[in-house]
Design a protein around this ligand. Structure first.
Ligand code: PLP
Length: 397
């Protein structure tokens, strides 16, 4: 038998089409350097509060080391349903409308896979979190971006959603407060977008992982609007507000039929989220509000300081209403966002993420995470100021 000495590319075509995360590539460079002050990673600098860690340790001591129900431990699902009803005003039945996942990342993945037929289109606002586009492609869907702009606070408008709809549009992906811009979606815009979604029978996937980190006004979910609960998959988790990134724990809430569909994918891929993390998440929901609010207070102080710094440097920067990112425009420097980030890293040893990592609409911006200690932020701000000063940004911008 004749054998081919060069095997054909074994990687599936749709996987080949997925780009590597711009953030990962950039941070490989950062990790190879020493003494870098990083405003790069979207990860709280706080360690998970002690009472949450202690709950996990206690559960291990008790010998709770097995699988849980595929949907998640019933006591955690009940606590999630209570939490979502209290803080978001939407009621879900913990028996069949809540599924505990491995971070919100898994919830996004199974939600998309549960609803898409090949070729279905999913709309998402952009700049946005790096995983939405590839998750849609991996589910054989077609990502369709809706650009948002700094001029109107990166808000999503119903008219833009309407314009992007085709007969193949299946769903709209939302993320407010937004990574990387910190934008929120005012209730009036939510209402108009909900109307469009109902008219065109779209499913709404709403990633509200930063909802607790809202600094002005009360966070509200589109799922609580009339006619929306039945067509919305509400995605949330513990990584950000409770400083629990490493525990890998999140959840999705949706009507029973959609939850069952997500569960079928989850049960064959993940089986269940780690029991230890589920125990910790229960403690976070039951007793974690005060420490969470204390962390939010710190983020708010840092946000105010850093925004002020950028304004003083002559770089325009919307005051983010939520999450823990600043998204200043670096256009007046004449550099692309990648050039800006690379030179800042080389010349001043400060890491920020080039805006184009969040989609083409992020060009001309960089993302600065303020989920890092105030002393680091102060050092970073002084170094950025020195760098921008050398570029001679006109004072009027
Ligand atoms: N969604 C958004 C908008 C994020 O910014 C992130 C992490 O940065 C995630 C989801 C992932 O969250 P998790 O750690 O729960 O998987």
């Amino acid at each position: 038998m004749k054998t081919n000495p060069v095997p054909r590319n074994p990687v599936a075509e749709h996987v080949q089409r997925i780009p590597r995360s711009g953030i990962r590539d950039f941070f490989e460079i950062v990790q190879s350097m020493t003494d870098v002050v990083s405003l790069g990673i979207g990860e709280p600098d706080f360690v998970t509060p002690w009472h949450i860690r202690e709950a996990a340790i206690y559960s291990l001591e008790q010998g709770r080391t097995g699988y849980t129900s595929n949907l998640g431990a019933p006591k955690l699902r009940k606590a999630i349903a209570r939490y979502v009803a209290t803080h978001f005003g939407v009621s879900y039945d913990p028996a069949n409308e809540v599924i505990v996942t491995v971070g919100v990342s898994e919830a996004i993945d199974i939600a998309i896979r549960a609803i898409l037929n090949p070729g279905d289109e999913v709309l998402y606002h952009e700049p946005c979190y790096v995983s939405y586009n590839p998750s849609i492609v991996l589910a054989h869907g077609k990502p369709v971006r809706i650009s948002t702009s700094a001029e109107n606070g990166f808000a999503l408008k119903a008219a833009d959603v309407r314009r992007a709809i085709t007969p193949r549009t299946r769903a709209l992906m939302l993320n407010f407060p937004t990574n990387p811009t910190g934008a929120v979606l005012p209730r009036s815009d939510q209402e108009e977008i909900a109307e469009v979604c109902i008219e065109h029978d779209l499913v709404v996937l709403t990633d509200e992982i930063y909802s607790e980190l809202t600094y002005e006004g009360q966070h509200e979910t589109i799922a609580s609007l009339p006619g929306m609960r039945e067509r919305t998959i509400f995605l949330h988790g513990f990584s950000k507000a409770f400083a629990m990134t490493g525990w890998r724990i999140g959840y999705a809430c949706a009507p029973a039929g959609l939850t069952e569909a997500m569960m079928r994918i989850h049960q064959y891929s993940m089986l269940c989220a780690s029991i230890m993390s589920q125990e910790a998440a229960l403690e976070a929901l039951e007793h974690g509000r005060e420490p969470m609010l204390a962390m939010r207070e710190q983020y708010l102080r840092r946000r105010n300081f850093l925004t002020h710094q950028f304004h003083e440097m002559g770089l325009s920067c919307a005051v983010p209403k939520g999450a823990f990112y600043l998204f200043p425009s670096i256009a007046p420097t004449g550099l692309t966002s990648r050039e800006f980030a690379l030179r800042l890293l080389e010349e001043e040893k400060v890491a920020v993420v080039p805006g184009d990592a969040f989609g083409p609409g992020g060009e001309g911006f960089v993302r600065c995470s303020y989920a890092t200690g105030m002393d680091q932020i102060e050092t970073a701000a002084a170094r950025i100021r020195a760098f921008v000063g050398r570029l001679r940004v006109p004072a009027t911008v």
